[in-house]
Design a protein around this ligand. Structure first.
Ligand code: SF4
Length: 273
């Protein structure tokens, strides 16, 4: 996930993770996926909780694991500022169990590891109605994934996880934020029939401009090209009739600034429940 700050707009427009859920739960500091664009990492470094080097070292927050979780208002996103790694699956399942037993509706956002998804679908079968998966699949190109999300699973593993959850009858949705392929349509074609709910498309929000070394320059230049107005307009036009597509706030804002009309079913006013 490309976690992002909550909205503080006076109109209370939902942005970032608030477009998807009313609250969130996290049980770890740091994330071994170590994505280059991670907003949670940026915040942790700014507030001196982690450094560039230590962000990938995940530390458990015992208090969050041992506490009780009551029924909350609205949907809960779990996790939002780290991911679910095989090493911590026992603790993740423990907290998920508490949230679901209290009747919470949970949005599971992850760059999925197949072994976790397989076990999760089996263990939490009875809570199927309360769970929606939102798998982050940002590219079909493993070279791009390895550069931008160095610790995260390959495209094939994410697709296999999506297929498994879908075939087990769970609600599935996909986040293509940030989209890494110049043209995300081939990716959308591969995931569409395995997605029972929505497909969210967003652009990269925090792009480093200084101190780029060696091969980094090539990848950063390509990303800047991806998010050009010309390319985004092309993508929007190609997807304008697709009922599953939802645009993230980063693209909606760009459209507002440039007077580009988006289909209303792709930009619902009411946030997801
Ligand atoms: S997977 Fe981890 S490192 Fe990547 S964006 Fe999400 S929280 Fe950040």
């Amino acid at each position: 996930m490309q976690a992002k700050k909550k909205s503080n707009s006076s109109k209370k427009k939902a942005t970032g993770t608030r477009e998807w859920a009313s609250s969130n739960v996290n049980i770890l500091y740091g994330c071994a996926h170590n994505c280059r664009y991670c907003y949670s990492k940026k915040l942790a470094i700014r507030f001196k909780r982690k450094t560039e080097e230590t962000w990938k070292i995940m530390e458990l927050n015992e208090k969050k694991i041992e506490k009780e979780y009551r029924k909350r208002q609205g949907r809960v996103m779990f996790p939002s500022s780290h991911d679910i790694l095989p090493k911590f699956k026992k603790e993740y399942f423990k907290v998920l169990q508490k949230l679901l037993e209290s009747g919470n509706s949970v949005l599971i956002t992850t760059k999925p590891h197949y072994e976790i998804i397989k076990e999760l679908c089996f263990k939490f079968e009875e809570f199927k109605e309360l769970i929606q998966f939102r798998f982050t699949i940002t590219s079909i190109n493993n070279e791009l994934l390895a550069f931008w999300e160095p610790g995260a699973p390959s495209f094939e593993e994410r697709l296999k996880s999506l297929k498994h959850a879908f075939e087990q009858g769970f609600k599935t949705s996909v986040s293509i934020e940030p989209f890494l392929d110049k043209n995300p349509i081939p990716l959308i074609k591969k995931i569409q029939s395995l997605t029972s709910e929505t497909i969210w498309v967003g652009k990269m929000n925090y792009i480093k401009t200084n101190h780029l070394i060696g091969k980094e320059k090539r990848f950063y230049e390509a990303i800047r090209d991806n998010i050009s107005l010309e390319n985004i307009t092309k993508i929007i036009n190609s997807l304008k009739n697709n009922k599953k597509i939802r645009w993230k706030d980063s693209i909606k804002d760009m459209c507002i600034r440039n007077d580009i009309q988006l289909p209303s079913f792709q930009t619902p006013e009411v946030k997801e429940k």
